[in-house]
Design a protein around this ligand. Sequence first.
Ligand SMILES: [Zn+2]
Length: 80
Amino acid sequence: MNTTHHRHIPTRMCVICRRRFPRNSLNRFVKGTNSQGKMTVYADEKKRMPGRGFYVCNSRTCQKKIEKVSGWHCKCRGES
Ligand SMILES: [Zn+2]
């Protein structure tokens, strides 16, 4: 049994405030497109979704910002 306590914990940076946190205390989001081909951000609660993920910490400021981002729709293309 290896119970050595490593000082190195895997960390990820919050994309909003750019501070580092242990990976398991962050919320993972994945960028993707919905059925209409629009860009969306999915909350990856199980941390198992494929694709490029990014992490957001639990601070209120960051949570609010990511909520906005999650509501993003790419408006650069004409909707038909
Ligand atoms: Zn943050």
